[in-house]
Design a protein around this ligand. Structure first.
Ligand code: AMP
Ligand code: GLY
Length: 431
């Protein structure tokens, strides 16, 4: 593989794959590196277009992306979403000698297959919920009938957040099974199903950089999955996030590193593939200690939008150190600030919504309030931005504490408008 020359300033060309607010936040952070000459995003959005060049290529078009990387002499490719990782984009670029940040196909199984992740947990004694796996619909039904609700039903494969049902009753759990296994609403993702005990406690997302040996946890964050205030309404891709949660102590951080992150990276290594990239552990802090709810093989969305503003170290240096297996040489530093991010969504999201609506007020915000674009695109008028998706923007502010950060987000977010825009008003309101 090519060794990237990172000594000199403004020499590197980067390509970020994806089109969400997470990818805009990555482009924004990477662009701050003095080593970066130019950043491309594929396909990107109206926000990434302001910081670099968008390429009209989807995240699944490996051949097109590799060709564009060659033509534009890209030194580092960064993958945002899970699907290309699960489909082996890292293996593909590695075989072409193009440096790429993220786990390979085998390691990305930790997110792509919940059954794989669960077996890894059992085999290597990682703390998680008790569970059973089924491929047979009738057997799964019989098992559910023997459990006491609440019961958690999970589809094995990638399902964009739609593959988990926390059922309050046996009927609900049976309905979930019928939908995944009989009606096949999620296609092949629901061929295998996990039925697991419902864990109680506070939820936290702990992401870590790892080169397969050294693990550097990021600052912890909490996200909000439900569409409406007070955690009502349907699950979404995420309506907001904040960092840090006050209940996450340094002692707990040490425990999570020792009991979960370290053994997970070692376990993946023992399975025959070093884990390189970001390992995301979704945890429930139960009375019996932290337990794994899920693993992701990438940066979280919207967690990334509140984590990266707190990162003081050059993200390019971190990513190159991960690729080169030299993360132990680097000191990764974080600011003490708190950070809050609130998502503005289209009317109807996560169901049907309209696109192409003009967004106003983006140029009226306080200077250091950040707006990360997701579903947006440039309009025909100069400087015009139109909606182009369900989650449209993440508005982010930092402060000396959460209350300050939150009040800055909310005093600015109301200035951004488009027809039917919707956001939660209780992000980082601690109860
Ligand atoms: P996952 O995609 O596995 O993170 O699941 C989505 C959400 O479902 C999580 O963020 C939790 O809120 C919830 N969840 C998943 N597994 C469990 C469990 N075993 N007990 C309680 N809640 C769970
Ligand atoms: N915020 C949850 C996720 O990125 O999967």
């Amino acid at each position: 593989m090519r060794i990237v020359n990172r000594g000199r300033s403004k020499t590197l060309k980067l390509l970020v794959i994806g089109s969400g607010a997470r990818e805009h936040a990555l482009v924004w952070k990477l662009a701050q590196s003095p080593k970066v000459a130019e950043i491309f995003a594929a396909p990107g959005n109206a926000g990434t277009a302001q910081l670099g060049r968008n390429l009209d290529l989807t995240a699944s078009d490996f051949a097109g992306l590799a060709k564009a990387a060659r033509e534009n002499k890209i030194d580092l490719v960064v993958v945002g979403p899970e699907n290309p990782l699960a489909d082996g984009i890292v293996d593909h670029f590695q075989s072409l000698g193009i440096p790429i940040f993220g786990p390979n196909k085998k390691a990305a199984q930790i997110e792509a297959s919940k059954v794989f992740a669960k077996e890894l947990c059992f085999k290597h004694s990682l703390p998680c919920a008790r569970s059973a796996t089924f491929t047979d619909y009738e057997q799964a039904r019989q098992y559910v009938k023997r459990q006491t609700p609440p019961i958690v039903v999970k589809a094995d494969g990638l399902a964009a957040g739609k593959g988990v049902v926390v059922a309050e009753s046996t009927e609900q759990a049976l309905d979930a099974l019928a939908s995944f296994m009989a009606a096949r609403t999620l296609g092949a993702a629901g061929q295998r199903v996990i039925i697991e005990e419902c864990l109680l406690g506070k939820e936290v997302s702990v992401l870590a950089f790892t080169d397969g040996r050294t693990i550097v946890p990021m600052v912890p964050a909490c996200d909000y999955k439900r569409a409406f205030d007070d955690n009502k309404g349907p699950n979404t891709g995420g309506m907001g996030a904040y960092s840090p949660p006050d209940f996450y102590s340094p002692e707990l951080g040490g425990m999570v590193l020792r009991m979960i992150l370290q053994p997970t990276v070692e376990a993946i290594d023992k399975e025959g593939s070093p884990y390189k990239g970001v390992l995301y552990a979704g945890l429930m802090l139960t009375n019996d200690g932290p337990k794994v709810l899920e693993f992701n093989a990438r940066f979280g969305d919207p967690e990334t939008q509140v984590i990266l503003p707190r990162l003081k170290t050059d993200l390019v240096d971190i990513m190159l150190a991960v690729i080169e297996g030299k993360l132990d040489h680097l000191k990764v530093e974080w600011s003490e600030d708190a950070c809050v991010g609130v998502v503005i969504a289209s009317e109807g999201y996560p169901g049907q919504y309209e696109i192409g609506l003009p967004i106003t007020g983006l140029d009226t915000l306080e200077r250091d309030v950040l707006v990360f674009h997701a579903g947006t695109k440039a309009g025909p008028e100069p400087g015009q931005v139109l909606t182009n998706g369900g989650r449209v923007l993440t508005v982010v502010a930092t402060g000396r504490n959460l209350a300050e950060a939150r009040s800055r987000v909310y005093s600015n977010i109301s200035k951004i408008q488009f027809e039917g825009s919707h956001y939660r008003t209780d992000i980082a309101v601690l109860k």
